[in-house]
Design a protein around this ligand. Sequence first.
Ligand code: PMT
Length: 364
Amino acid sequence: MEESQTFSADSYFATQLPPASLDTDVKGVRAFLEKQREHGRKVVLVTSGGTTVPLELNVVRFLDNFSAGTRGATSAEYFLKAGYSVIFMHRQFSLQPFSRHYSHSTNPFLDFLEIDSPPPPTSDAPYPYTHDPPSPAPIQPQITVTPTERVALASVLRAYKAVHEQGTLHTLTFVTVNDYLWLLRAVSQEMSVLKRNAMYYLAAAVSDFFLPRQKMSEHKIQSGKGSLHIEMDQVPKVLKPMVAEWTRDGYIVSFKLETDQALLIPKAKQALERYGHQVVIGNDLHHRKHRVVLVTPAPSSPPKVGDQAKQIDGPVATKYVESWIEIDPSPPPSAAPKEIEEDIIDELLKRHQAWIEGEIIPRN
Ligand code: PMT
């Protein structure tokens, strides 16, 4: 393999090809943003799901980053509920707002349906299932939802239909880390016209390493020559140009995933120092559904007593504020279901509003 090199964001985009659908995607985003601006709505870009790194140009094998897309899909719903318009940029086939409630693995939709009419007559088939049209006259089956599921389904369905009617959700898909980077840059640049009315909520799990197309094998890598050695290059840290060049005054929230909780605060502070954005949400893999920490540069005035925020020292003169959000990991069965994203979004809405009103000093 050739020697590895360090890619800046500029050299990355100068040498790696954009996804074929980029121009069409950008046109769609532009039209969506125009409509949202007419209505004076705030817009949030939510990125969600993992990114793949293909090992071959005719791809058979790839590396993947962990993420089911739960955080992104759930958060998008709470943003919509709060009146934001959402560009939901997600990994193909990862969870999506609304349909996530009936994911095929945890809540199979077909289990909630009942057929009230008798099955059509079949020949000797071992079970009443066929792709052939029934003959002679098809009986129109009556399909209903299991009574115990109706209230929950109706609530999801109402929200889903309302969002579609209002046109406040726009969906984009990516698969590879290359698709993700090109899309992220293009969408951020389009959204920059919204200035402070734009929020960027980066929950996708982005690969740190990739194989430039110039180094990829064209065809499937053949086995039989012993172990496989691949040297990957580092993906440029795109948060830096995103903050400094692509977005204008937007409110940027990034996530930090760790498996060692002790690293959350130092890593979050490091990210804020390096990239100069507004919030890092630290989550550790095993507790991410009921405990997260929001780390922000300290405002000019110290946090109020009792707001549960704690001022912590950074290595230089900068101070940071950490605010933990927790929900009960094992609530009693009688308790109303609660998702931590509801509290995360609630907190971010207040902070974004303060940012819009200029209470928070803009980044330089
Ligand atoms: O979908 P779920 O199963 O619910 O899981 C949700 C989650 C755990 C994946 C999510 O909450 C989360 O933590 N997402 C971020 C995971 C991640 O990629 O962390 P990171 O440490 O690799 O990246 C931190 C930040 O740096 C990210 O905001 C990323 O946008 C940024 N980054 C990363 C790579 C890169 N090349 N450039 C970047 O700027």
